[in-house]
Design a protein around this ligand. Structure first.
Ligand code: ATP
Length: 439
C-alpha cells in the first residue's frame, strides 16, 4: 500500500495535483489539477458519462447552474439540516467533527498527558455563501451548491416535457460542489471545492420497485470501479446506520475503498424516496407529478441516487495504481484512464533518420483520437524514458530503432510486464486501440 506522502509528492512532481493558490500560501481545502491530473480526471468523467449516458437508453445528461435560487436550498432541507456536529478542543481551540472518532482520538493523543475537554457539539452548516448583485446594500445572498443533486430535481419537469423519457429513467450529471468542511484533509479526499458525478434515477412510487433498482445500481456502480481496474479486494459495501443517514435518505450504502488512511467512502447509493420532488413541489407551488400512462395516474416518482466524487475517484485510482516494482515506480492505471496512452521515442536523438521516422509515427498516432494524447520523448537514454513513463502510467512505449529503417517495424513495450514486441508500423494504431479496449 502506498503511503500518502509518496503519492502527494509524485502527484506534485509529475503534474497531477498541486495545492490550490500555492504561490500565495495556498487555500485550505482546494487543489489544482496539472497537465496529467486533468487528463486522468477527464478520463474518469468520460468513462462515467459513457457507462451512464451513451451505453444506455434509459439515462440522459444534464448540466445545471452552480448558482441557484436560494429557495432551492430551503426546500431541499440544506439550509436547515446540511450540518455536521462541530466540537472545539478547550485546550487548543482546534475544531473537529464530533462524529469522526479517529480524528478525535488522534487529537486527544496529540495532547499526550493533558486531558482534553470538548465543547458540546454545535450543528455547523456546510453551505458556502456568496453574494450576487450590483448594488452593495441590495446584494442577494446565494449559496454555492452543496451537492449537484438539486439542479437535477428542479429540472425534472423540464426533462420530462422536452424528451421522451418514461419512468423508470435517470438523469446523470457531473459538476462542482462546495462545502465548508470543518476538517478538510487527507489530500484531496475532503476538499471544500470538489466535483461530483451522479445519477438520479426516477422509479415508480413503490417500495418493492425502489428496492429492486437500489440493488441494481449498487451492483452496477461497484462493477464500474472494478472494470476500470480497482483491486476488488480493496472495495466493500457499507450500510449507513439509521442515525448516520442524510436527512432525505430512506436507505444508504457506501462503496468504500481500503485507502492509505483507512476504509473510506468513494461513492454513496441512496434511496431518496420522493423527498426532493415533494419538497420542491411544496415550496415552488408547481405541479411536479409524473403522468404514468400505463397506470393512468399522476404521482411523484421515487429516486435512487448514485453519488460519487470525481476527486476521490482520482485519488483512489492513483493510490490503487501505485506500485513499487524493484526500483521502478509504476502507476498501473487502466489504459482507458492513463493520462497518456502512448509514448513515442526515437532510439537516439542525434540520428536524423531515426528522429524523422519517429516523428512520422508520432504524427500518425496523434491523428487517431482514440490514442490521444500521444507523448513524444527524446531526452536521455531509452531506459530512463521507460522509467519516466512508468511513473505516470503510460501503458505503451513505442521505440523507433535502426531495424525500423530497414523493415518498418517498431517495438511496443508494455508498462506492466516490460515485455517488448515488434510490429509493422502500419498496424500500430489498430494494435494499440485493441490493447487499450481490452485493458
Ligand atoms: P462524508 O461522510 O465523507 O462527509 P458524505 O456522505 O457527506 O461524505 P455525500 O453527500 O454522499 O458525501 O456526497 C457524495 C460524494 O461526493 C461522496 O461519496 C464523495 O465522493 C464526494 N464528496 C463529498 N464531500 C466531499 C468532499 N468534501 N471532498 C471531496 N469529495 C466529496
Amino acid at each position: 500500500m502506498v503511503n500518502l506522502e509518496k503519492l502527494v509528492s509524485l502527484a506534485k512532481r509529475r503534474g497531477f495535483i498541486y495545492p490550490g493558490s500555492e504561490i500565495y500560501g495556498g487555500l485550505t481545502g482546494t487543489w489544482d489539477y496539472g497537465p496529467l491530473g486533468v487528463e486522468l480526471k477527464n478520463n474518469i468523467k468520460k468513462e462515467f458519462w459513457k457507462s451512464m449516458v451513451y451505453d444506455r437508453d434509459d439515462v440522459v445528461g444534464l448540466d445545471a447552474a452552480i448558482l441557484m435560487n436560494p429557495k432551492v436550498w430551503e426546500a431541499s432541507g440544506h439550509v436547515q439540516a446540511f450540518t455536521d456536529p462541530l466540537v472545539e478542543c478547550k485546550v487548543c481551540h482546534a475544531r473537529l467533527r464530533a462524529d469522526q472518532k479517529e480524528e478525535i482520538e488522534t487529537h486527544e493523543n496529540s495532547h499526550k498527558g493533558q486531558k482534553v475537554v470538548w465543547t458540546e457539539p454545535k450543528r455547523f452548516n456546510l453551505l458556502v455563501e456568496a453574494k450576487l448583485g450590483v448594488l452593495e446594500d441590495a446584494k442577494q445572498k446565494v449559496y454555492l451548491r452543496g451537492e449537484i443533486t438539486q439542479g437535477v430535481h428542479v429540472n425534472f419537469k423540464n426533462v420530462i416535457d422536452s424528451s421522451r423519457m418514461q419512468i423508470p429513467f435517470g438523469i446523470a450529471q457531473i459538476g462542482k460542489a462546495f462545502r465548508n468542511e470543518i476538517t478538510p484533509g487527507n489530500f484531496t479526499f475532503r476538499s471544500r471545492e470538489f466535483e461530483q458525478m451522479e445519477l438520479q434515477f426516477y422509479v415508480k412510487a413503490d417500495l418493492k420497485e425502489a428496492e429492486k433498482w437500489f440493488l441494481y445500481w449498487k451492483e452496477e456502480r461497484m462493477k464500474w470501479y472494478v472494470s476500470l481496474g480497482i483491486d476488488k479486494s480493496k472495495l466493500r459495501f457499507r450500510q449507513h446506520e439509521e442515525n448516520e443517514r442524510a436527512h432525505y435518505a430512506k436507505d444508504a450504502w457506501d462503496i468504500e475503498y481500503d485507502s492509505p488512511f483507512g476504509w473510506k467512502e468513494f461513492e454513496g447509493i441512496h434511496n431518496r424516496g420522493d423527498w426532493d420532488l415533494s419538497q420542491h413541489q411544496k415550496h415552488s407551488g408547481q405541479d411536479l407529478t409524473y403522468f404514468d400512462q400505463e397506470e393512468n395516474k399522476h404521482y411523484l416518482p421515487w429516486v435512487i441516487e448514485t453519488s460519487g466524487g470525481v476527486d476521490r475517484a482520482t485519488l483512489f485510482f492513483l493510490a490503487d495504481a501505485y506500485t513499487q516494482d524493484g526500483d521502478r515506480t509504476v502507476l498501473k492505471l487502466h489504459p482507458k484512464l492513463a493520462p497518456y496512452k502512448v509514448a513515442v521515442f526515437p532510439l537516439l536523438a542525434n540520428k536524423p533518420d531515426l528522429v524523422k521516422k519517429a516523428r512520422s509515427v508520432y504524427e500518425l498516432l496523434t491523428m487517431n483520437h482514440q490514442l490521444a494524447p500521444v507523448v513524444w520523448d527524446d531526452r536521455g537514454n531509452i531506459g530512463k524514458r521507460y522509467l519516466s513513463q512508468d511513473e505516470i502510467g503510460t501503458p505503451y512505449c513505442i521505440t523507433i530503432d535502426f531495424e525500423t529503417l530497414e523493415d518498418d517495424t517498431v517495438t511496443i513495450r508494455d508498462r506492466d510486464t516490460t515485455k517488448q514486441e515488434r510490429v509493422k508500423s502500419e498496424k500500430l494504431s489498430e494494435i494499440l486501440i485493441g490493447k487499450i479496449a481490452a485493458g
